[in-house]
Ligand binder design. Structure first.
Ligand SMILES: [Zn+2]
Length: 209
């Protein structure tokens, strides 16, 4: 009888452990996708008239749609879900309040030189120090985008943009410039509704990080 009780408590302990492990496995990473600009702030205007604020919102919404189809979707929040302007500090406050595992800011580039092209990723460098996880995920996303979409790589650079410098002490944080709207090829690529491969590359990079 004593042995039976021992066995029963062992089985209960085992079940509890499975439950705890199961819960840990099921906890999905929480990602904040910062959708650049919005409302009266259109961001860059493309050579073909497309607006940065619309491009990044479509890509972010596509990431959400693709994420919903995953067996284990990530816990993704956007800083805006519609065409509204959110202050930079509200974007970073949301990231802290949600205790995010990753902050990803989406933008498109613009240059007076219409030949400028490619993907640029930014991470923050504070007091001469940079966050290795930020640079790592930045490289992953850039590499995935270049491979899937054929964009040129302009590398991972450092810049203390407000959204990065205010989030970097809490979680890995990167800002991606998804091609140049001032470049005819890249602007027309993105307006030809090729947002799905872009969204998919970003989602699979953050999923595998
Ligand atoms: Zn921008």
């Amino acid at each position: 009888m004593k042995n039976l009780l021992k066995n029963v408590s062992f089985v209960i302990l085992l079940m509890k452990m499975c439950l705890i492990f199961g819960q840990e496995i099921d906890v999905q990473k929480r990602i904040v996708i910062d959708v650049g600009h919005g409302g009266k702030d259109a961001g860059a205007i493309g050579i073909n008239g497309i607006q940065e604020k619309d491009v990044v919102l479509s890509i972010a919404n596509e990431i959400l749609r693709l994420n919903d189809d995953l067996d284990k979707p990530l816990d993704i929040y956007l800083t805006r879900y519609s065409d509204t302007l959110i202050s930079l500090s509200d974007r970073t406050k949301l990231t802290k309040a949600l205790n995010a595992d990753l902050f990803l800011s989406l933008h498109c580039n613009h240059s007076d030189n219409t030949d400028a092209r490619g993907i640029e990723v930014y991470a923050s460098r504070k007091h001469g120090k940079f966050s290795k996880p930020s640079v790592f995920i930045g490289y992953q996303i850039e590499r995935a985008l270049c491979k899937a979409v054929g964009y040129e790589s302009r590398g991972v650079k450092f810049a203390n943009f407000q959204v990065l410098s205010e989030t970097i002490d809490y979680c890995p944080a990167v800002l991606i410039e998804l091609g140049f709207l001032s470049n005819r090829d890249e602007a027309s690529y993105i307006s030809d509704n090729n947002i799905k491969p872009i969204a998919l590359s970003i989602l699979s990079s953050i999923q595998n990080q």
